[in-house]
Ligand binder design. Structure first.
Ligand SMILES: *Cc1c(COP(=O)(O)O)cnc(C)c1O
Length: 377
């Protein structure tokens, strides 16, 4: 039987919302790139991971759990981790939800709250899943573009929020742009958001941003407001536990968390992740040190890019959709190392790439490859 016949038969069964979904782009796989180009070393700068990895405390917790065995289901409520998080944030456990990564909580929020036709407002450019999950539920997504200098366009937000919306979904700092809403901007957006609209603030990069006094800690901003909101954080980025998949949300109302519990799978956060997350929270030293090192590299790279006539948020003179593959080709002919960055496949941003900061030697490799690639005819 022909493959097309078969897929046609399946296609008519699939919900139309699903057929229309854009695919999430996870970036190239370093092993596959290494094999394809015969490279000994491939560095992946496309996933915003912590180059210093997890805390040794977390590694010890994982060792202890492995010795005890993995034969039993995890605690479905994640009580221990929830209670540590509730204490830290001055709230109760019934205001905290754990997820298989914070992505999982974004998905649960859309499943529990978005009905077909309802509107979700986010910023453009946005984190892919901030659009994909609402669309999956048949929602409509309105994206408020950033200004020419990648800042928040407050008049455009106010105008958009004049219309009914079910959810406002903000990544602060923004992935992929990297800029952040200020206290005043976030406050203005919160006040412009209708009271019957759920505010979701995704703070995946909170730990990298909180040292900056202009960065608004959304929990502090929202804490006293009697309106529905949830703030999302993750152990995947600064805590260096991306592989374990664990994130959490702190919400305004226990009823909001209860709705999320109803749609989640009972064992969505595995036991290794729960225990490693608790240990990671205890290791303030590792967190502070790795954040400082990454921020130091950010300053160094920005300076180097500026010296080369490139801003760290810069439109390059060539189409960047080809750069990631192109950098790999160049490196494969010159030496035995490769660099993977993320191409930005979005209208208006095709001359952009997104590169994560890494260890100093990796960052140097990236700079050399990027500047080299821009000099090519
Ligand atoms: C990385 C990222 C996430 C997902 O984090 P996980 O906890 O690994 O699922 C969520 N939101 C934004 C904006 C991110 O960049």
């Amino acid at each position: 039987m022909g493959e097309y016949e078969c897929s046609d038969a399946v296609q008519s069964l699939v919900r139309p919302e699903v057929l229309g979904l854009p695919a999430y782009d996870p970036g190239a796989d370093p092993d596959a790139v290494g094999r394809q180009y015969g490279l000994e070393r491939v560095i992946k700068l496309s996933n915003n991971e912590n180059p210093y990895g997890m805390s040794p405390f977390a590694a010890q917790a994982l060792g202890r759990r492995l010795a005890l065995g993995l034969g039993r289901y995890p605690d479905p409520a994640g009580k221990d981790l929830c209670s540590v998080l509730a204490d830290r944030h001055g709230t109760r456990c019934d205001h905290v939800i754990l997820g298989n990564g914070s992505e999982n909580i974004l998905e649960l929020l859309c499943q529990a709250f978005i009905r077909p036709g309802e509107r979700v407002v986010t910023q453009a450019p946005c984190f892919g899943l901030h659009e994909i999950f609402p669309l999956m539920m048949g929602g409509q997504v309105t994206k408020v573009p950033v200004t020419g200098s990648f800042a928040c366009d407050l008049p455009a937000w106010r105008q958009t929020l004049d219309q009914p919306a079910k959810m406002v979904l903000i990544s602060n700092p923004s992935n992929p742009v990297g800029s952040a809403f200020t206290w005043a901007e976030l406050e203005a957006i919160v006040h412009a958001t209708p009271l019957d609209c759920l505010l979701v603030i995704d703070e995946a990069y909170f730990e990298y941003a909180i040292g900056d006094p202009s960065y608004p800690d959304a929990l502090r901003l929202l804490n006293t407001l009697q309106r529905p909101w949830i703030v999302l954080r993750t152990f995947s980025k600064a805590h260096g536990l991306a592989s374990l998949r664990v994130g959490y949300g702190v919400a305004s109302h226990a009823g909001l968390i209860d709705a999320l519990h109803r749609v989640r799978t009972p064992y969505n956060v595995n036991q290794l992740a729960q225990e490693a997350a608790i240990a990671a929270l205890e290791d303030v030293q590792h967190l502070v040190t790795s954040v400082a090192l990454v921020r130091g590299e950010q300053a160094r790279l920005s300076e180097a890019l500026a010296q080369a006539g490139l801003g760290s948020r810069h439109r390059s003179p060539i189409s960047c959709s080809s750069i990631p593959a192109w950098m790999r080709r160049r490196w494969s002919s010159a030496c035995c190392e490769g660099v993977i960055v993320k191409a930005w496949r979005e209208s208006g941003y095709r001359t952009f790439i997104r590169a994560s900061l890494s260890l100093p030697a990796d960052n140097d490799m990236f700079l050399k490859a990027l500047l080299g690639s821009l000099c090519q005819p």
